[in-house]
Design a protein. Structure first.
Length: 302
């Protein structure tokens, strides 16, 4: 069984490395998206493998909403220092000026301004033609419609009906004027694959993925961790220490924790084999409207 699993992960690794090398061969100004989560950590590890012993042939890009968990930012900065990475950090300054935040504004508006608009700004200003991201087809229904090389029309607009066929691992990266490409090397991975690979490769990840006692409030049926002094409590809410971890990381007021005692990667891999709940069930931005993720993707969300 172990040999079969190892062979499966090796095949996924080889495919992802091939895809990244295709990007380097076809793109003029590629960029690697870095969200700091587990998938980004795997993506970065694969990119470093793909071009070892040289440096990455493209910069990294992080869209900073200013509402990420503090441990995420610390992990990002430590990773950049350790590997000597070239990272570009972009925040929507107009959104900051308007004081757009996840407490005073609904998740849809907040995501549009601080994530989608910010991403489009950064890609346009950097004149990046290919953006590599860690999204996987098993995460969510609209992401299952993506090709590995996913073409975006002018304005970074996604139309699933205009995606190109991908036969025999032949990826067409040709772009017309104004078009850009999103590339997903982890398309065929599952959440369990990601964690199994993290285990087999000893890839460092943000400690928030591991169970620990954290101050939480139960709000609208989910557990929210009070990460810093900006947390706003509703009437009657008092933070309670609970043993929780995160399966998906984003902005802390919009990312729900799950009750868990999985305190190691081995524990998480074992937990994944029994869970039947989507990892993005705790991402509040996915549930603000019907078909919200597909709507966001059509507007430019990654």
């Amino acid at each position: 069984m172990a040999l079969e699993r190892s062979s499966h992960l090796k095949a996924l690794e080889d495919e992802s490395i091939y895809i990244m090398r295709e990007v380097a061969a076809q793109a003029e100004r590629p960029v690697l998206m870095y969200s700091i989560g587990k998938d980004s950590s795997v993506l970065l590890h694969l990119a470093r493998k793909a071009f070892f012993p040289g440096k990455l042939p493209f910069p990294m890009l992080h869209i900073d909403t200013t509402w990420k968990f503090r441990e995420m930012i610390s992990f990002r900065d430590a990773t950049v220092r350790e590997f000597g990475l070239d990272i570009r950090i972009h925040t929507n300054r107009e959104g900051l000026r308007r004081e757009i935040n996840p407490f005073d504004h609904d998740a849809g508006l907040y995501t549009q301004v601080m994530k989608t608009d910010a991403l489009r700004q950064a890609l346009t200003e950097g004149k990046y033609d290919f953006a590599i991201g860690g999204a996987r087809r098993d995460e969510e229904r609209s992401r299952a419609k993506e090709r590995v090389f996913s073409m975006r029309a002018p304005g970074h607009v996604w139309d699933p009906k205009r995606q190109r066929p991908e036969l025999w691992h032949l990826f067409n990266g040709r772009l017309s004027s104004g078009e850009t490409m999103r590339v997903f090397p982890l398309s065929n991975w599952t959440e369990t694959d990601v964690w199994s690979y993290i285990l087999s490769e000893s890839i460092p990840i943000v400690p928030l993925y591991f169970a620990a006692e954290r101050p939480t409030v139960e709000r609208d049926g989910v557990l929210i961790v009070a990460d810093d002094e900006r947390m706003r409590f509703r009437d009657g809410e008092v933070p309670v220490p609970r043993l929780v971890r995160f399966r998906s990381l984003g902005c802390y007021p919009l990312s729900a924790a799950v009750l868990s005692d999985a305190a190691s990667v081995e524990d998480i891999v074992a937990e994944m084999r029994t869970t039947r709940i989507s990892e993005r069930a705790g991402r509040l931005i996915d549930h603000d409207t019907d078909s919200s993720m597909e709507k966001k993707k059509r507007e430019g969300y990654f």
